[in-house]
Design a binder for this molecule. Sequence first.
Ligand SMILES: [Fe+2]
Ligand SMILES: [Fe+2]
Length: 276
Amino acid sequence: MATPAPPGPARAGASSLKEGGTVAPVREILWGSAAGGHKYETAEELDPDLAKLIVKLMVVQADTEFASIQQHRPWLDRAPTLEDRWIESRIVADEARHGLQACRILRDFGETGQKFIDELLSKREGQHKLDAFNMPFDTWGDVGAFTCFVDRVGVYQLRAFQECSYGPLARAMPLMLSEEQLHLNFGSSVLRRMVKDGPKYYGSKAEAQAAVTKWYPRALDMFGHSNSETSRRAIEFGLKRWTNEEARARYISEVTALMGTVGLDLPPAEFDRHVL
Ligand SMILES: [Fe+2]
Ligand SMILES: [Fe+2]
């Protein structure tokens, strides 16, 4: 199927302007086999396979949010400048709110959801689902590369849910996306400053380059398997907009252009790939 266009007020039928200029929420399902119908508003209305898929995706989502708090935590009072410390604390607060938001969706699924929430809250460093969230931030370059690359994949995942068929999830996206934007802008700015100012700021260009080489492959792995049946089903259910491969390809072209402006090299996309 064709890749759906990004949602936005300019698209006819996607949203409508209410009095006062606020954008009304989109009520209909925009893609997939139920396109044109009303969005689902309660867990009870969902096809059991769709319900399972939402639970699975929200468990992974919440797990990444809580894990990244553990990764950032040591830098709350070690980041090089006062502003960097403030942004670190802001990121930690945002990720905690995102974890809460994903758990609120899980609560819609009663006892099953609650069981997952309890498990999520007991997880320690090294016990998370995705490799990128089990690696500590040893250097300040790690903090910059993680927020630049890994948070950016997070943004792609959230954009894929934008205006999805499950209303409570769709409505959680705008705020999460605007907060994530701060994180990845911070990440590229840290790398840029390390390249441009070196030790006058903190670290060095070589440290920034090593961090890019370390985190880029782990970020790409987060897109999941190529030809994934789950990602195809997620599109059919109106839950996700893109296949894993489509999202991965867009991401690669975005970060390739970005690193050109920062002055750092990306390894080839297949370098150190763990998830095929
Ligand atoms: Fe987040
Ligand atoms: Fe983030």
